[in-house]
Design a protein around this ligand. Structure first.
Ligand code: NAD
Ligand code: ISE
Length: 338
């Protein structure tokens, strides 16, 4: 079966995913595209022979759309995801699931009422080969119980529109998700420490930031978010356990020796760093949809948890306090008891 996908939002990542679904994933075809910017929708649709529809509701309702991909701006995600659940169609939503806890809870309620999972959230790091190897090592018990995790998330630069809160909401959100998954543990509090800011930033921005998280089992996580580091896109993660440690590998790169120097290249953006992870993420999602199975990737519950935890991190930044995350009880649909 070919899964016919309708895309809502044909911006930067929408384009990437349309290209991916068309050229990197078998068993999928993009049949409909919408964007509030009509020219963008036209261009994206024309590139793959899809039709343009007037809005997200029309994409969800279309007879030639089996599954929905939401790649519009974050504040619009909840509306499209709720429409897809109401239509009983599988929906892949780029992060964030929604920008408020209340909207996430509406989605959890709607999916729970539907009775089976339809929603997957685009936290692609769970599909990165290096993180998957780290998870195997942690789950095998080889390093003993995890105690501390050291992480860094560095972007070379960000535009002026990027705010201090986005360090948590837009950037650290990836670590929040992947660490909850790696450790099979919940983040219960957040704290933010701000060192001296780099001079290579827009004046309004606090950069870098050091985020400190604690999990329910007492694991401590330190995360450096530095979005104007200049030198490249660099993701680091090291989990220290009772009997050893496991470290995320750097992407494979040849070593070059010349002029009395040995160097390896550092990537410059997330598109290249996680290209294979995005491909795997969509191959697995499409295969599951084609087989009529519930998605196995990050769930609406994971999307809710990420939104609550990153909101607590912003509060911690703004108040200087340690802020609890205060999640609601996890419904049974997502492996909980509520
Ligand atoms: P973008 O601004 O380039 O594209 C968003 C597009 O959505 C725009 O073309 C805009 O016109 C359109 N749009 C907005 N509201 C709409 C609506 N209601 N209906 C139809 N179209 C609408 O932004 P982007 O960088 O592509 O980011 C899009 C989403 O993807 C964001 O939620 C962002 O957080 C997420 N994202 C995820 C990753 C990742 O690593 N997983 C990376 C980048 C962006
Ligand atoms: C962006 O939205 C992403 O999702 C990238 O993965 C992240 O590295 C970047 O900091 C965000 O702005």
């Amino acid at each position: 079966m070919t899964v016919r996908v309708g895309v809502i939002g044909a911006g930067w990542i929408g384009h990437e995913h349309i290209r991916r679904l068309t050229h990197q994933v078998t068993g999928a075809r993009v049949t409909a595209v919408t964007d509030i910017d009509a020219a963008r929708a036209e261009e994206a649709a024309a590139s793959v022979g899809a039709r343009v529809l007037p809005d997200g509701a029309a994409v969800v309702a279309a007879d030639d759309v089996d599954a929905v991909l939401v790649t519009s701006w974050g504040p619009t995600h909840a509306e499209h995801v709720l429409n897809a659940i109401a239509a009983g169609k599988p929906v892949f939503c780029e992060k964030p699931l929604a920008t408020t806890a209340e909207d996430c809870l509406r989605i959890l309620e709607a999916e729970t009422a539907h009775g089976r999972r339809l929603v997957q959230v685009g936290f692609m790091r769970r599909y990165d080969a290096g993180y998957r190897q780290m998870k195997q090592v942690i789950d095998s018990g080889r390093i003993g119980e995890p105690l501390i995790v050291h992480c860094a998330h560095r972007n070379p630069t960000v535009p002026e529109s990027y705010t201090s809160a986005m360090a948590a909401l837009d950037t650290a959100v990836h670590e929040v998700d992947v660490l909850r998954w790696l450790l099979d543990d919940e983040i219960v509090s957040a704290q933010v420490v701000t060192p001296r800011s780099t001079s290579k930033r827009f004046e309004h921005l606090k950069d870098p930031q050091i985020m400190l998280f604690e999990t329910a089992k007492g694991v401590r996580i330190d995360l450096e978010v530095f979005v104007n580091c200049q030198y490249g896109y660099d993701i680091q993660c090291e989990a220290v356990g009772e009997e050893g440690l496991v470290r995320l590998p750097d992407p494979a790169a040849v070593g070059v020796r010349t002029a009395a120097r040995h160097s390896t290249e550092v990537l410059t953006d997330w598109v290249g760093r996680f290209a294979e992870a995005f491909d795997t993420e969509f191959r697995e999602w499409i295969a599951g949809v084609a087989a009529g199975e519930e998605p196995t990737g990050p769930s609406a519950w994971d999307g809710y948890a990420a939104t609550v935890i990153t909101a607590a991190t912003v509060e911690a930044l703004e108040t200087g306090r340690v802020v609890g995350t205060d999640l609601k009880p996890r419904p049974t649909l997502y492996g909980g008891t509520a």
